[in-house]
Ligand binder design. Structure first.
Ligand code: ARG
Length: 594
């Protein structure tokens, strides 16, 4: 099932061909001037250039060939030789009926599915989440869903930051905080059942709140206190060397953090397939460094080991990748190269790194090093960067207290706002408490995600919860409201025993809606091709708006006759399915009522 632009493109290509011109000139796209036409073809201009002929003449010849085309109601030539196309009501109705019957709401699958890995989220143990992580999670989740929807085999990995210096810091901070935790670290508890039970009880008290208190304290102290920093380094080295007591504490830190993160992410409709950690690839690092050395890629540099990745013709000099620091530790980038090796088991055709644009150089260094070492083929690794979510001061968003944002606090804040908005709008008032909360959660998620995804990812935007959570304007809650309105219309129809029928396209508002339904496939294609969920967001918004105009102009339950009523109900049902599919790709769920 192709969309109308595709079907018309084939007809127009055949017309060009019949005129002795290349069929490649027949490409059709949605009209820039919806007041004049539905679709347009600009190929006559290019064809005229190639054949050194007058573009209007060519357009006229092609238009003549199209006169009997059943898909078209009108063909007109405009300006220097644009071919404007108006679809026939029958063709539009056929397409709308096909979309209505399609569980995929009219969107195609890719012809050649790929194996795709999405590296997103990237939360860290103990270190708090910041806006970069939030955007990464929202955008990465959407990309994962869009790719999967298009038919690729997709795996999303959180690439958990569970290794490195911050672990050493936590180990000494916990040891200093409570002698029982020190006993675990230093393995001074008896190796008996009782000793085990004591350790378990002590760890049960080492909760996330404690980690969240200890880490910033320890990080700040390490900045000033050389001895403290050295202790933390030794602890990090001890952990890396596999000291059982340190490992025990570390495992506890990671699991406590992960449980909380998974729960919070899940609240936001973000679920990772894999939680592989940076720690998982540590065993690969030593042999990898050796391999880099043997390949002649490793160079000593002021006591450290680096790989030079600059290329001739680079616009500015890319610094080398730091592989081993002068203190002998593997770095962030080293772990990323090792992760590329690890991921070879999945045999990916594409790996998308959905990470803050500020890490662009880092990924360029890592990708080049991996390429030079022959660990991956050209074109497999791609950094999908994005701008920042800023506060009203134009700087990356911080909490009112000036601190970094905790995911839990953000959720609480957005939830509170969603409840307030629902109350204000008199929505959800008759829902039982639990259902109201679930609706508020969906409104909150929609507000947060849609505000992010409606922008092209490269753009930075200002966090404005009041605006994001409004039921009016280009917002997530507005879209949910429209979806719920259709649901209640369909429920009412069912109560009245009115069923869907065949879609007939008559009124201008029906025409507009059918045309917009046709556009979903293209929006999904663009979002996939450009790794840009904003194409889906834009489509969803226009669909909701167009439906709203249709609903105002065309009575549904009070339609003049049963056939018209059945047609309009079918249009409404198809709109709902497509709207929910589009929102689903953005990671936004719609409530049943509100
Ligand atoms: N944990 C990292 C950070 O907080 C993000 C990880 C991004 N993914 C990657 N493969 N490096 O900055």
């Amino acid at each position: 099932m192709t969309d109308l632009a595709g079907a018309l493109g084939a007809a127009v290509a055949a017309a060009f061909d019949a005129c002795g011109l290349g069929p490649e000139f027949g490409r059709v796209s949605v009209s820039d001037r919806p007041d004049l036409a539905d679709f347009q073809c600009n190929g006559a201009l290019a064809a005229a250039k190639a054949a050194r002929r007058n573009p209007r003449e060519i357009a006229a010849a092609v238009a003549e060939r199209l006169a009997s085309e059943p898909l078209l109601a009108a063909v007109e030539i405009a300006g220097p030789g644009f071919i404007n196309l108006k679809v026939s009501a029958d063709a539009l109705a056929d397409r709308a009926n096909a979309i209505a019957a399609d569980p995929r709401a009219g969107a195609e699958r890719v012809a050649a599915p790929r194996r795709v890995m999405v590296d997103y989220g990237g939360p860290n143990v103990a270190k708090e989440l910041h806006v970069g992580h939030l955007r990464s999670s929202i955008i990465g989740e959407a990309l994962k869903r869009i790719y999967r929807f298009r038919g690729d085999e997709v795996v999303g990995d959180a690439h958990f930051g569970d290794w490195g210096f911050q672990m050493g810091l936590l180990i000494i901070a916990a040891s200093d905080e409570d002698p029982r935790w020190r006993a675990i670290a230093e393995e001074t508890l008896p190796a008996t059942h009782e000793g085990q039970a004591q350790a378990d009880a002590a760890l049960a008290d080492l909760r996330l709140e404690v980690l969240e208190r200890l880490y910033p304290m320890a990080a700040a102290r390490a900045k000033e206190d050389q001895d403290y920093r050295d202790r933390a380094r030794r602890a990090t080295a001890g952990l890396q060397a596999g000291r059982p007591g340190y490992l025990r504490l570390w495992r506890h830190f990671t699991s406590v953090t992960r449980v909380a993160l998974e729960r919070d992410f899940h609240t936001l409709g973000i679920d990772f397939d894999l939680w592989k950690g940076e720690s998982d690839v540590q065993p690969l690092i030593e042999p990898m460094v050796e391999d880099l050395r043997q390949k002649g890629l490793l160079e000593p540099d002021q006591g450290a080991m680096i790989v030079r990745v600059a290329r001739q013709g680079d616009k500015r000099e890319l610094p080398p990748l730091l592989v081993v620091s002068s203190e002998g530790s593997a770095m962030y980038g080293t772990t990323d190269v090792a992760t590329i090796l690890d991921r070879r088991a999945f045999n990916p055709d594409l790996v998308l790194y959905c990470v803050d644009q500020r890490q662009a150089d880092h990924f360029e260094q890592v990708f080049r090093a991996a390429l030079m070492a022959g660990y991956v083929a050209e074109g497999v690794l791609e950094h999908v960067g994005f701008g920042t979510m800023n506060g009203t001061d134009g700087k990356p968003f911080k909490t009112r207290a000036g601190g970094v944002l905790k995911l839990r606090d953000l959720i609480d804040m957005v939830m509170e706002k969603a409840r307030e908005r629902l109350h204000e709008a008199g929505l959800g008032a008759d829902l039982p408490a639990e259902a109201f909360e679930e609706t508020a959660r969906k409104v909150a998620v929609a507000a947060l995600k849609f505000a992010d995804l409606q922008n092209f990812r490269g753009t930075s935007y200002i966090f404005d919860l009041d605006r994001f959570s409004s039921f009016e304007g280009k917002t997530g809650p507005y879209l949910l409201y429209q979806a719920v309105r259709i649901k209640s219309l369909l429920r009412k129809a069912a109560e009245e025993g009115a069923g869907v029928g065949e879609i007939l396209v008559g009124e201008p508002a029906e025409r507009d809606l059918a045309l917009l339904l046709d556009g979903f496939d293209h929006a999904a294609f663009e979002a996939y091709d450009k790794k840009a969920p904003n194409f889906i967001a834009e489509h969803a918004y226009r669909l909701a708006q167009t439906f709203s105009r249709f609903y105002a102009a065309c009575p549904v339950l009070a339609a003049p006759d049963a056939a018209t009523r059945g047609s309009r109900l079918a249009l409404a049902a198809a709109t709902l399915r497509q709207l929910e599919a589009a929102l689903g790709l953005l990671g936004i769920e719609t409530p049943e009522r509100m």
